[in-house]
Structure formats: C-alpha cells, structure tokens
Design a protein around this ligand. Structure first.
Ligand code: TYD
Length: 140
C-alpha cells in the first residue's frame, strides 16, 4: 500500500486592529499530540536542509515568516510545496523523505513534531530510505 505524502492544514487566522493571531491546537488542528517544537532561521537560498525521513516522527511545517519550499517524496511520487503563509501548515507523515530549500532571508520555518528528538529514528541515506519504504509499504 502507498501512504499519504502530505496534507495542507489551514489554521484559524484571528485578527483585529491590533494585528493577527494564528491558532494551531495539538490533536485538533494538528493531527497529533505535539511533543516538540523547533524552528529554522538564518538559512538562505543556497541551503538544502532535511534530506531525511523519520521512522517514527510526524511533522507539521509552518513558515511563520518569509517563505521556503519543501520537496516531499515516498520514492515514487514527488511533490513540491511552497510554504509562505503563517496560517497554513503542511503535515508530513512518518516514513516520507523531505528536503527544505529556497529559504527567503526572513524565513522562520516552525516545525511541530509528534516525538521528542531521537537521532536514531532518522534515515539520512536515500538508498537506505528506498529499501525501508518498500518494506514499509508492503507491511502496512
Ligand atoms: P538536522 O536534522 O540536520 O536539521 P534539518 O533536518 O533541519 O536539516 O539537525 C541539525 C542538528 O540539530 C543535528 O545535530 C541534530 C540537532 N537536532 C536536535 O538536537 N534536536 C532536534 O529536535 C532537531 C530537529 C535537531
């Protein structure tokens, strides 16, 4: 079986004359319980980040400022999503390969994760990923 590559999420964008306020609640707007938050800034348009898949973690990516792109693939299908709206997120399930690039100078890429950090659940070699994803697809 093949799995979902990604899902776009829309968050409530509340605003008044004081400015905007975006809300994303774990297990409601975010399809998992949030265990970790990290953010990436100071990357530029020469940098490629990510280049890994996670055996356990699910993520939601939100460019809260500026823009970037994320390439998402399962080794067969490939999509490129532009992240440029603070009220929009991209959900990436486990076992999906992702690469983030084309960061604008003001890019702040917020990442919500379903797990605490564990470097051993990362697959950082693409050939190894292709082997593991074919087993994963056969199994589930
Ligand atoms: P890395 O996974 O290479 O970042 P990206 O996928 O965005 O390119 O992580 C960079 C470094 O930060 C690496 O040494 C691992 C560490 N790190 C943590 O300690 N905790 C975390 O939650 C994350 C995402 C990374």
């Amino acid at each position: 079986m093949t799995h979902e590559l990604y899902r776009k999420l829309q968050f409530a964008d509340l605003g008044d004359d004081r400015g905007k306020l975006v809300v994303a609640e774990g297990e409601l707007d975010i399809p998992f319980r949030i265990e970790r938050v990290f953010y990436i800034y100071g990357s530029d348009d020469t940098v490629v980040r990510g280049q890994h898949a996670n055996r356990e973690s699910e993520f939601v990516l939100i460019n809260v400022s500026g823009s970037s792109k994320v390439m998402i693939t399962d080794g067969t299908n490939k999509e490129i999503v532009e992240l440029n709206r603070p009220m929009e997120g991209v959900y990436i399930p486990k076992m999906i390969w992702k690469e983030m690039y084309d960061f604008s100078p003001d890019s702040v890429l917020l990442v919500l994760a379903s797990t605490h950090y564990d470097g051993s659940e990362y697959i950082r070699d693409y050939d190894r990923y292709l082997k593991e994803i074919s087993k994963y697809n056969a199994r589930t």
